[in-house]
Design a protein around this ligand. Sequence first.
Ligand code: NDP
Length: 448
Amino acid sequence: MSIPNEYLNGLMERVIARDPAEPEFHQAVREVLTSLSPVVDAHPEYITSGVMDSLVEPERIITFRVPWEDDQGVVHINRGYRVQFNSAIGPYKGGLRFHPSVNQGIIKFLGFEQIFKNSLTGLPIGGGKGGSDFDPKGKSDAEVMRFCQSFMAELSKHIGPDTDVPAGDIGVGAREIGFMFGQYKRLRNEFTGTLTGKGLSYGGSLARTEATGFGLCYFTACMLKDAGKSFEGQTVVVSGSGNVATYACQKATEFGAKVVAMSDSNGYIYDKNGIDLDAIKQIKQVERKRIKVYVDTHPEAEYHEGCKGIWTIPCDIALPCATQNELNGDAAKALVANGCFLVAEGANMPCTPDAVDTLKAAGVLFGPAKAANAGGVAVSALEMSQNSMRFFWTFEEVDEHLKQIMTDLYKNASSAAAEYGMPGDLVAGANIAGFLKVANSMLAYGLV
Ligand code: NDP
């Protein structure tokens, strides 16, 4: 599908020609450039100044070798990445992903999205992302530690509290952040807030663990309120059972909804009585087992192999919280056919473009990731603030900030969409609102 603005359409073609093997990055850029067409029609200075061309080219990409030894003494070589995409409004900020599917295109797509998401939070943070094709699954703690230390041996040369502040993402939780922060501290001989998502005993923020999932529900609650509804009594399907999914399930349940399904990369569980989240936390966080063992202790629940079927479960609200492109056009049709009226993205870009089109055409309320899941990075920025102040806030204080940030973010995205003639289109609204602050800063700097 071509982009309405002719210049941006040509820019899209150049992005594809320059790096043809990066489909996820192309998908993310196409969505943003499509949303920005009416903005550059009204303000051609964003084109003539070079802002649009600069926006799609990372300021810096760092790729490096990560050698590590397993418990048998066998040497492995993985590849590490850090894409420092845009620092117009603050130090690069964005997570690290450890998953075998990681490649440069995926990290670029995530870093690109992060620019707008971070801007939307209203906090002074630029966009970046990193990771490795290392798979922590099935590795011992000692192996994960050796990998993380080797990864940080190189990454530490490129990050810092005022330069680039990484955090967690898929495959990078509290354990990995601990190993990496310890190594950073040792190599640099400094104790600063260079990583976020840290443990509470060494500079972490209360409510960071919960922030993305809780923030997703605060954002969804704003969408529901505008539609004259609430979470109360709604049936919800959440995909994934990692950090985002777990705390989305918790907050949706606290808000009076019933979450009936969750998944991992092997399959999904359906529990018509409502998911027992303590059991999920025990399985995924403590025992690090597959979600299918849930049915061993919950005989009324069903386990289904494969992930796609989760979207055929009847629900009012769907919260995809696992990974990119996990909800396709057919899944969207099944959701619509079963009466789902709201989809909000907890994961990054979990809905394919045809899924988004199907949902929008059917009038389903749609909350895009860069707005709906911005709570995690927002609280990461609050962790940075607390580290700089050498102080900490209570859980309630951080949670209150988070609620306010998600509410403001919803209002900003909503009003930007209305201002550019697309009322209710939160995809366009989030892209435009996120873009303007970054682009105006870039304009102020001149050609840099
Ligand atoms: P976790 O690693 O904690 O959990 C990821 C979950 O998704 C796991 O249940 C995992 O299953 C499942 N999963 C991973 N890959 C696939 C796949 N290919 N197909 C189906 N399921 C899969 O990650 P997070 O919860 O932190 O992140 C989830 C999503 O949210 C990502 O898109 C991430 O970028 C995004 N996000 C995360 C933020 C955060 O603060 N953590 C902030 C903003 C966005 P399994 O256990 O089998 O691997």
